[in-house]
Design a protein around this ligand. Structure first.
Ligand SMILES: Nc1ncnc2c1ncn2[C@@H]1O[C@H](COP(=O)(O)OP(=O)(O)OP(=O)(O)O)[C@@H](O)[C@H]1O
Ligand SMILES: [Mg+2]
Length: 315
């Protein structure tokens, strides 16, 4: 960790000052002095990143907790006090498109900035990347992935599928290999297992040795209609477009409906992204056809650019 009390570095300080927004109570009061704020610029930077994302309240709270925990452990070590064992492996529970991969990527960089990880890359994997076709193949494949993840985060999506086939399945070999590496190379990579909430709970219950190895579990709830609309607005703005009032109204109506209808397979933020990108393509076709290339025409996404009935985007 770079920011111990005795070794403060100036890296990133300018950012802290530039982006300082003292109008928010919470920001003003958490650290009691400017010096303290600057000392913890890594946390500030991460919180600023997270602020760009809608919701994710539990993630935001846990990040502060994890930072504080690592930092205080470091202080304790310096004072010759016992520090708690610091496994940083995590479980992410949530439906598709709720921000799990996005947060994993941010966390990888956050740990790099804290000097917990040396590189901070994110290696994403799923069952097929870990599990092989013959005896011994799985351990080899899994070890290769762990090697790639050295200094960073290994993110295993739909991790519960590793337990799919029971005792005889090679998935078990992948789990055993992962567990062994977590113990042997504890400080060289962080393992994040992700998947649907219920499946992950079931998966953990099948592997009694696992839960204690993952001290941090984060929940990624489905977004509410209001949050999804906020994501819509952010994404449209980011791409330098504007929505007409009628388009906004239509999207809200549609999102309210699909959210309920699609239930737990609804792909949340990913659906919004795909929906916006499809509308942008359709607007382009419309503009070509109309031959309208004015600045206003280029900016506006209209209701007719969102043909929900004939859309190729799966909610
Ligand atoms: N809170 C949010 N605010 C803004 N955009 C978001 C938010 N959550 C997710 N998104 C956007 O939704 C898309 C999908 O997010 P991400 O890939 O992180 O989801 P995921 O949980 O990993 O999904 P899956 O389980 O299907 O892999 C991304 O484009 C991301 O930027
Ligand atoms: Mg993902």
């Amino acid at each position: 960790m770079s920011q111990t009390p005795s070794s403060s570095s100036v890296k990133g300080r300018i950012n802290v000052i530039l982006h300082n927004k003292p109008n928010k109570m919470e920001e003003e009061t958490f650290f009691h002095s400017e010096e303290e704020r600057e000392k913890h610029y890594v946390l500030e930077k991460m919180e600023r990143e997270l602020k760009k994302y809608v919701g994710l309240d539990e993630v935001k709270r846990l990040i502060k907790e994890v930072y504080a925990w690592i930092y205080i452990n470091q202080c304790r070590t310096e004072q010759g006090l016992r520090a708690s064992k610091q496994a940083l492996h995590m479980i992410f529970k949530g439906n598709p498109g709720t921000g799990k991969t996005t947060v994993a990527r941010l966390i990888a960089r956050f740990f790099r900035d804290m000097n917990v990880l040396s590189k901070g890359q994110l290696i994403e994997a799923e069952r097929a990347d870990l599990v092989g076709e013959y005896i011994g193949h799985t351990a080899q494949k899994t070890r290769e992935l762990i090697k790639k993840a050295q200094g960073g985060v290994l993110f295993v999506d739909e991790a519960y599928s590793l337990a799919r086939g029971g005792e005889k399945d090679f998935g078990k070999e992948a789990i055993d290999t992962l567990v062994k590496a977590m113990e042997d190379q504890q400080h060289e990579f962080v393992l994040i297992l992700a998947g649907y909430s219920d499946e992950m709970d079931y998966f953990l219950s099948l592997n009694p040795g696992l839960p204690s190895r993952f001290p941090i579990a984060m929940d990624f709830p489905n977004y509410t209609t209001d949050q999804l609309m906020q994501i819509v607005k952010n994404m449209v703005k980011e791409r330098e477009y504007q929505l007409t009032k009628r388009a906004q109204h239509l999207i809200r109506e549609h999102v309210t409906k699909v959210r309920q209808y699609e239930g737990r397979t609804f792909s949340n933020g990913r659906y919004i992204r795909n929906m916006i990108e499809e509308a942008i393509r359709r607007q382009a076709v419309r503009l070509l056809q109309e031959g309208s290339y004015s600045r206003e025409a280029l900016l506006l996404l209209k209701a007719e650019d969102f043909h929900f009935e004939s859309s190729n985007v799966k909610p």
